[in-house]
Design a protein around this ligand. Structure first.
Ligand SMILES: [Mn+2]
Length: 619
């Protein structure tokens, strides 16, 4: 019965306007051109395709049913399986190549009391993967050494230096997580030192696998595992949970940590990763673990009910901050701390690091933005400042690439070499671009959207000349359309009167969101501006009090561009954003997190504006 809005009118009710088609109506071209002073959208609104015959799902009104139909759901059974994905959705490990061999070797080490080391990575996936293994092995009576390579001195993956140190400590077994599959040479070093290596990794393996005791990687061509999208932490969880289950020990609490790494590595929120995140969020909600509680208290909107969004925007940036500008050990120590007093102290320390990281990133992005402004149109663009720390290069390149919609390299002198991070839109292949300039580079690695490299300082100028000459798209054969900045795909177009708690509750049931299943974006029409004002430090945000009939409706735009014109009181305004429950200050109320807005007269929604939608009983 709920939700008779534009969506609910069905496709026949969706009007074409001004020659624009229904799928992609860009920035209100007709109305905006007509009226110069009218507030137009800042982004391009990609309106949803009308569904001829939207399916109906039990427990969902027509708007959300339509959305689910657009996302490919066909019947209640399929939808329920997706929404309730949990332990039952985890795949059996028997089809994972080498998993059995890996577990057998670890079992043997436990039997013998052989010293074990866990080798991970300095990002949130790598750190949480280590913690999952440590928690599991502690439950089985072992106290493994945890090893994160130095970002400055060693870099990503196994290193001969680190392996020698572990050998000196008597380590007989190294388990890698989130790395290792490309370390054939280092595995030979380990062998010569008498160390067995069990590799668990989710990166693409090279043609020739390392000669390790076991190489567990769902991307192995000979691996029949049904879901290759596990992250380093997710894969560690699968193996570690199987190991403790072999001995009849509880796996409780392992998914809580694995969920953090799974969200951090942007795993699709569809398959097994979705099940791990759902299990993990449940565990986090009821955890009494001191370290996790201390972290959640400082980083979640409602620490008793953490969401994937809390992980993405609160928990993970804090864990990553340790690995970027301080020491990964700080974050891992916190995730493993069982004493409340010590956990609070560690969490406070991490809080300071996190704040420093934010400030350093802000300053660096401002510098980089100024460099970019001096070179308009250059793409790919290379920026370098030797004051930047290596842990921030990826963030700087990413922010700049997003805001400019151009491929960007951010680089800095680190020790005796220049390191760079590439971030690129869809028409530019980062790994291929480095390949094309390989003659200038010392090291390189990455994939389509991101990569990293190092170059000798004396080769820097030649590299920049060659790299910026690549042009885009790259490779040139690519027919990918150059990415334009600022597009927002919209899931539902609704009249304000249909935005209510029932709709919010239906949308909440679809969480967790992530790649492959993004948080639904609504475009809402039918509201007048009661009051809009800039708020926050440096007036970075704007709050909207809207009027719909006799009711008010709140919205907030975080990080609203300073140049964006605010609408005057009484303006008819269409809002685009995500619906959220705001509990700040006690009484929970509905709020739209605004991505963009436009005066109704200039809004792309005029293409969908219908004759007054009458509320009539349906279904
Ligand atoms: Mn990873």
């Amino acid at each position: 019965m709920a939700g008779l809005g534009y969506e609910a009118q069905g496709s026949t009710g969706e009007l074409s306007f001004c020659g624009a088609d229904n799928e992609t109506v860009s920035g209100g071209p007709c109305a905006a051109a007509r009226m110069g002073s009218v507030i137009s959208p800042a982004l391009e609104w990609l309106l949803p395709e009308p569904l001829l015959d939207p399916p109906a799902f039990a427990g969902f009104g027509r708007p959300v049913s339509t959305l689910l139909g657009r996302r490919g759901f066909r019947d209640d059974e399929q939808l329920t399986r997706f929404l309730t994905a949990g332990a039952g959705a985890l795949h059996d490990l028997s089809r994972m190549a080498d998993a059995e061999r890996a577990l057998d070797r670890i079992d043997a080490a436990l039997e013998e009391g052989e010293p074990i080391a866990i080798w991970g990575d300095y990002d949130a996936d790598g750190m949480t993967a280590i913690v999952v293994w440590v928690l599991a092995l502690q439950r089985l009576g072992a106290e493994p050494i945890r090893y994160v390579p130095s970002r400055l001195a060693e870099g990503y993956g196994l290193s001969a230096h680190g392996l020698r140190g572990l050998a000196a400590k008597g380590v007989g077994l190294v388990i890698t997580c989130d790395c290792g599959v490309s370390n054939a040479a280092e595995v030979e070093v380990a062998r010569s030192l008498g160390i067995d290596v069990v590799i668990t990794d989710h990166h693409l393996p090279p043609a020739e696998l390392p000669r390790a005791v076991a190489v567990v990687d769902p991307h192995r061509p000979d691996c029949a595992y049904p879901d290759p999208d596990l992250t380093g932490a997710g894969l560690s969880y699968k193996l570690a949970a199987a190991l403790v289950a072999r001995r009849g020990v509880s796996t409780d609490g392992l998914a809580a940590v694995a969920a953090i790494g799974t969200v951090a590595d942007m795993a699709p929120m569809t398959g097994e990763s979705r099940a791990i995140v759902r299990l993990g969020l449940d565990e986090l909600a009821r955890t009494s673990h001191a370290g996790l509680r201390a972290l959640l208290t400082r980083s979640c909107e409602a620490p008793g009910q953490p969401t994937a969004r809390d992980l993405g925007f609160g928990v993970i940036p804090r864990i990553n901050a340790a690995g970027r500008i301080a020491d990964a050990e700080l974050a891992m120590a916190l995730l493993l701390e069982t004493d409340a007093t010590r956990a609070a102290a560690l969490a406070d320390e991490l809080e300071v690091i996190h704040e420093q990281r934010r400030e350093m990133t802000k300053v660096a992005v401002e510098t980089a933005t100024a460099m970019a402004a001096a070179r308009p149109g250059v793409a790919p663009l290379v920026v370098r400042d030797d004051a930047w720390v290596p842990g921030l290069l990826g963030l700087i390149a990413g922010r700049l690439a997003d805001s400019l919609a151009r491929p960007v390299v951010a680089a800095a002198l680190v020790g005796d070499e220049v390191r760079g991070s590439v971030r690129a839109p869809a028409d530019f292949h980062a790994a291929a671009s480095m390949e094309a300039c390989a003659a200038h580079l010392l090291k390189r690695g990455g994939h389509a959207a991101a990569g990293g490299f190092s170059v000798a300082p004396e080769a820097w100028d030649a590299f920049v000349t060659a790299y910026e000459a690549l042009g885009r798209p790259f490779p040139v054969t690519s027919d990918a359309e150059p990415q334009r900045p600022g597009r927002v795909p919209i899931d539902l177009v609704l009249h304000a009167r249909h935005v209510d708690w029932a709709l919010a509750a239906e949308l909440e049931r679809l969480a967790p969101f992530g790649p492959g299943h993004v948080e639904p974006v609504l475009a809402i029409t039918g509201m007048l501006v009661a009051d809009v004002r800039r708020v926050g430090a440096r007036e970075a945000h704007a709050t909207f009090r809207m009027r719909r009939g006799i009711e008010t409706f709140d919205a907030i735009a975080f990080g609203l561009d300073a140049s964006r014109v605010l609408p005057a009181t009484g303006t008819e305004l269409d809002l685009v954003g995500t619906l959220e429950r705001d509990s700040f200050g006690g009484m929970p109320h509905l709020r739209l997190r605004v991505l963009d807005y436009a005066e109704s007269a200039a809004s792309p929604l005029v293409a969908r504006r219908l004759p007054v939608p009458h509320l009539a009983p349906t279904g």
